[in-house]
Design a protein. Sequence first.
Length: 450
Amino acid sequence: MDSIQEDVIVGEDLTYEGQRFTRGPRCRVIGVLDDGAASLSSLALAHLREAECVIGASRTLALLEAQIAPTAQRLDLGEGLSQVPEWVRQAQAQGRRCVVLATGDPLFFGIASYLAARLCVDALEVLPNLSTVQIACARLGLPWQSIKLCSIHARDAGEWRVGAEASHGLYELMQTLRSHERVAVLTSPDNSPDRIARMLLAEGLGEEFQLAVAESLCQPGERVRAELSAAEVAQMRFAELNIVLLLRLKPRPRPVLLGLADSNYEQRQPEKGLITKQEVRAVSLARMQLRADSIVWDIGAGSGSVGLEAARLCSEGHVYAIEKNAEDFAIAGRNHRAMALSNYSLQQGRAPEGLDAWADPDAVFVGGSGGELAQLIARILARLKPQGMLVMNFVTIENLGTAVEALNASGAQWDVLQLQASRSKPILHMHRMAAENPVWIVCAQSGAKP
């Protein structure tokens, strides 16, 4: 194919540098593999050879230099992704044929979706190639229709920290690993396979997964290593271009999400452990109106029971917890590790100190206030998202009175529920009902904010 007939979008004008133009030929977004021209179809090669403006990473431009016309303008993606839409607009306004070179399938964590969101969709034509994930799975003989795909091909995320917040660059991957059997990861030179392995070890998942790493696919130095342990990979180094596949060695745990027995949690003993009892916990969580992506604050975490169950319910969200007592803080930390959750951050401190660094919440639970209840309620209501819920548990009349007074002063809508549960206990060969302490559950909803 020596030449191709360009299609022009008729009747659609645009303005560039004060002049009006009929939109020119579509910009072709072409997927390329690391064997260069050999990976391209005759149609993709024809578009590339006739392009008057070629945009791509310096490495890709060099790989295909022999296929690019000597007179074509070459623009390096490394100068800034944000400039690419303007480069395409400029080329089209001038009626020049434009090609953007991408890796593999440009719509798979690639540049095509970025361009489509910033340009008219009709201005683009995507010519996909095999994705590197497909190739890696083919090398391993691994069906990939059920694999969860994840990308950490971004800026240096830094080493993983247990309890890291959603802003951490590996957070989404960690959540994905908790909830899927097979995961394929697009890495980067900084966010490398050994960093992923160290994250697994830090979270106690080192024995849960087997890893495979496919390096330098479609290049002379291609290498695929399978059946690796996290401990092995943590000490290894790989080529910069690689794909990591993580396969669970045993079925993923499917824990109870709501209403765990009090005995499931470590508590301070004897009879003075800070835990919200099962019945009160269930009602409190119900009143918090949680969603899968809710951001939750747990203030006065005690043993951590409410916040940890909230974290299980909000698998796409995050829970921030704070506890002032050193012994209870340590217990909540051990309960956190036992429940194997990655969307939960626990800190030791006295609220409201430290709350400014937390993301605005959809729901807040207050199990303890440290004697600054009125100030705390005002601070929470100021930060709650519109229609967010504040739920507080009290066992003393004084704290109940303080809370109601503070809520009245704020103008928030509120209500109080008194809950008293009795549990059966054996007596000789029979059973009696033993009453738990009554608890007031105070609920308030934030109003709409401008």
